[in-house]
Write a protein that binds this ligand. Structure first.
Ligand code: NAP
Length: 281
């Protein structure tokens, strides 16, 4: 079997088209644009690039972006004060704190200063609980993007055995929760898992979220499985041995061009949803 490629660029472009059209309708109805505030602490070049990409995408779909840039020596207290002010600002619909923040900052405390109804990046405990309890709320963007990709390719989830490798709060854990909410049987693997290969061999759906190039060997993939590679490592290498896995899988995401483009698309979709909800309050 040679896998069909899951084309995240196309699925993300379709989602962004919908967001663009609905944003235009929103502007027409409410005489204002939805607004996403991005908060960046310090001068990490990769973080600057990510924030710039998010701002550019905002502009291209008609969402206003506000930019808060803070020096690297910002204290937790000062960062919380900035985020609290954005949370209270009625002209801001969504707040994104670019992470990781510098080591001296209490990242969890900073996330929790984001008002739940503006947590369009899905990083607060409120959003996490909503995903865990299968209640309405914002998804962590990459997990939300993965679910939208699976749906775009009509991958059945109920009863499927999904093996998620990685358990970070923004990626591995929530993607497992979203799959569980859709009635998949979910196994989490992590750095202490014994015999990772054996776990992966049993998976109908593999979600790799580790950050370790080609950790998941092609020979571990069950024939006909669906392989979602969220990993992004230097040199455009995913967490899955792509060539080997593509020989056995039914569907596979490339790196780049698979999961990656979905993240920003979900962020903007959720910003628009936050703006619509604000107008209804
Ligand atoms: P993270 O916080 O470093 O978490 C990595 C996870 O992988 C941890 O749960 C860790 O286990 C597990 N792990 C490490 N080594 C392992 C091993 N040998 N076997 C099994 N599990 C192992 O990383 P993250 O933020 O979730 O990101 C993961 C990857 O996704 C990275 O490549 C990142 O660049 C990428 N990513 C992509 C997007 C996107 O596409 N837009 C967004 C976010 C992240 P422990 O918990 O036991 O330490």
């Amino acid at each position: 079997m040679t896998a069909q490629i899951v084309d995240g660029r196309t699925v993300a472009a379709q989602l962004l088209d919908t967001v663009t059209n609905e944003t235009a309708q929103f502007v027409h109805q409410h005489s204002r644009r939805p607004c996403l505030a991005t908060v960046l602490v310090g001068d990490d070049p990769a973080s600057h690039t990510y924030v710039r990409m998010k701002r550019n995408r905002c502009t291209s779909v008609g969402i206003e972006s506000r930019y808060v840039e803070l020096p690297i020596d910002t204290t937790t207290t000062a960062l919380i004060a900035e985020i609290t002010a954005l949370s209270a600002d009625p002209t801001v619909d969504g707040i994104l704190l670019q992470h990781p923040v510098p080591d001296h900052i209490d990242e969890r405390a900073a996330f929790e200063a984001i008002a739940p109804d503006k947590d369009v990046d899905g990083v607060t405990m409120h959003s996490f609980a909503a995903m865990a309890l299968n209640e309405n709320g914002f998804h962590s963007c990459t997990p939300g993007g993965i679910l939208r990709l699976l749906d775009a390719y009509d991958v059945p989830l109920a009863g499927m055995h999904a093996v998620v490798i990685g358990r970070s709060p923004i990626l591995g854990k929530p993607v497992g929760m979203l799959l569980l909410a859709r009635d998949a049987t979910v196994t989490y693997c992590h750095s202490r898992t014994r015999d990772l290969a054996d776990q992966v061999r049993r998976a109908d759906i593999v979600v790799a979220a580790v950050g370790h190039p080609a950790l998941i060997r092609g020979g571990w993939i069950k024939d006909g499985a669906v392989v979602i590679d969220a990993g992004y490592n230097p040199g455009n290498i995913g967490d899955v041995d792509y060539a080997g896995a593509a020989e056995r899988a039914r569907l596979i995401t490339p790196v780049p061009g698979g999961v990656g483009p979905m993240t920003i698309a979900v962020l903007l979709e959720q910003t628009l949803a936050a703006a619509k909800a604000a107008e209804q309050r």
